[in-house]
Design a protein around this ligand. Structure first.
Ligand code: HEM
Length: 160
């Protein structure tokens, strides 16, 4: 019989949630936004972006929740909350900082503020609005990729 312990399961949930979340971020950044930006009409460009973004936003609210819950579960199960006291666990600090930033964005700022602001900005100046959106998404993607690599190496005990 195959036995998977609860810690292994939490780890699998953590990684699956990250695959969905960061993978979706990569698709938005490198495919959806550039594709929308290339459309000549601002209304078409906004519709192309929002059509994807609305669906992905509701999915990623679930994967971000699961990533956070599974991470907190692992810390509790490993009795490892004290790791935040040690500089050598900087990769864990990075994970949590990134998580807080994204959580603030998808649960609060995007639905209540940024969605409307972007819509108006893009109607007035499509090229600048999309250039800004692509730049910010690219920065988030690069930091996320770095955090994933640091998380894998850190969990293996291979980071200074
Ligand atoms: C509240 C947020 C988070 C908490 C509490 C958390 C906590 C943890 C813990 C406790 C581990 C296991 C470490 C070990 O085995 O020693 C882990 C693994 C990992 N975390 Fe997080 N994490 C969070 C968010 C994130 C985010 C945002 C990312 C990436 C962007 C991330 C990427 C990873 C990776 C790649 C691993 C290694 C998985 C493996 O190799 O099995 N985590 N996390």
């Amino acid at each position: 019989m195959i036995m998977i312990d609860d810690l292994g399961l939490a780890r699998a949930v953590h990684v699956l949630a990250l695959v969905h979340w960061i993978g979706g971020l990569a698709v938005v950044t490198t495919i959806v936004l550039p594709n929308a930006r290339g459309l000549p009409d601002a209304k078409d460009a906004i519709a192309a972006f929002e059509g994807f973004e609305q669906r992905f936003a509701s999915q990623v609210r679930i994967s971000i929740l699961l990533a956070g819950l599974s991470g907190a579960y692992m810390l509790t199960r490993l009795d490892a909350w004290n790791r935040f006291q040690y500089a050598s666990f900087w990769w864990l600090d990075l994970m949590v900082a990134l998580w807080l930033l994204f959580a603030l964005m998808v649960y609060v700022l995007e639905p209540f503020v940024i969605h409307r602001l972007f819509h108006e900005f893009a109607l007035h100046n499509k090229d600048r609005a999309f250039a800004l959106a692509i730049g910010l998404h690219a920065a988030a993607l690069i930091i996320s990729a770095f955090a994933v690599a640091a998380g894998v190496l850190g969990a293996l005990g291979e980071l200074p």
